[in-house]
Design a protein around this ligand. Sequence first.
Ligand SMILES: *[C@@H]1O[C@H](CO)[C@@H](O)[C@H](O)[C@H]1NC(C)=O
Ligand SMILES: *[C@@H]1O[C@H](CO)[C@@H](O)[C@H](O)[C@H]1NC(C)=O
Length: 408
Amino acid sequence: MASRAGWFRGPSLLLALLLLGTVLGLYKLSRSPLVNQYGVLQDYLESNRPETESLATGTRSILLWSEFFGDPRWSLPGDTLGTQDFRDELKCPVYQCELTNNHDFLPSLDMYDAIVFHVAEPFPFLESVPSRRRPQQTYVFATMESPGETKHQLSNEQNFYNLTMTYRLDSDIVWPYDHFIDKETQAIVAPKRQPNWRKPPISGWNDTQVWNLWPGKTKMVTWFVSHCPTLSKREDLAKALQAYIEVDIYGKCGPLSCKRGDPRCEEMLDTDYKFYLAFENSLCTDYVTEKLFGVLHRNIIPIVFGGVDYARFLPPHSYIDANQFDTVELLAAHLEFVASNVEEYMSYFWWREYYELATFSPFCELCEHLHRPGGRHRMQVYNDIEAWWFNSCRFKTHIQFAASQTRD
Ligand SMILES: *[C@@H]1O[C@H](CO)[C@@H](O)[C@H](O)[C@H]1NC(C)=O
Ligand SMILES: *[C@@H]1O[C@H](CO)[C@@H](O)[C@H](O)[C@H]1NC(C)=O
């Protein structure tokens, strides 16, 4: 009997310990965030549900009210795009939209879900704005140009636009010229307010293309420019730089010319020059133009100048930002240093191993926005669009380069 009892006591002790262990374990589990994985997963699934499920059904319709610098199609593949075009041509993840520049596509103007106005040009003389407006309709303020190029009396357009679609990263629909995507994951890395860039290698980067071009790159800086006096005074900065190093200016604003459309003009960036001036015509938040992205396809280092935090747009150590120098002399000295050292020069091209440029249509994001759950009922309007738009530019620069500036 005793042995039987002992036999019982052993396991019951074990059982009790096990029970205690389980209770403790459960207690711990219930307090640990792990147990909430279920909730996390559910939230995740909810937010990543295939769009067809999570979106309210129905195709949204978008009207392009005006032309885009003479192009009624805004560079899109047709005058009218259906859902298939949104899916197959624009490659939009949310594609249940149709878009047209034909005002008579729907029987009445107040039937469109969104009307997009290009504000870098005046409203058309006839049909300046729709005469009737449905409260659920979204009017979109769209432009790629800087505030200095907005050809509208915005003080007359308060309480008019519901959405902004511009290059500014705080727009409702962000419309940048180009994106950086990670080659490995295909994820969009930039532009973003705080992109998560890889760290550039510390030393010893070798780029075969640049290595092979190096012996021919005997000239310093070049610039192709046709818009001369600017708000940013970039022409003065370029001139100041010429006091220290060779800057060859092609186009309307310089003594040199290269026939427009001749591929040799662009090839010189690869074969002859070490640096390109990617200077913006105005100093406005997030305002970078296609010139910069064009140069990134070439084997040349861009020297940038704008009102931009370039870390939002470009990989670190892929450009030289003039505004990070106190004086033109210091900028020139840095250029001399990079130009005199092939290894230093090549290190500016490290990013090409990891990132590539890609363009996405802003109309994908607009389509998605129009489908956002509750989006149809969530009303918003810019009651002071002028303040929103104009407050993003400035005249002051960090680098000193004008005669009036160097005095203080
Ligand atoms: C870079 O690579 C090339 C071959 O692609 C080689 O000839 C050259 O020596 C390398 N340069 C440096 C600095 O390592
Ligand atoms: C857009 O703004 C107008 C004017 O304030 C307003 O009547 C309308 O309801 C707004 N629409 C949306 C979708 O927010």
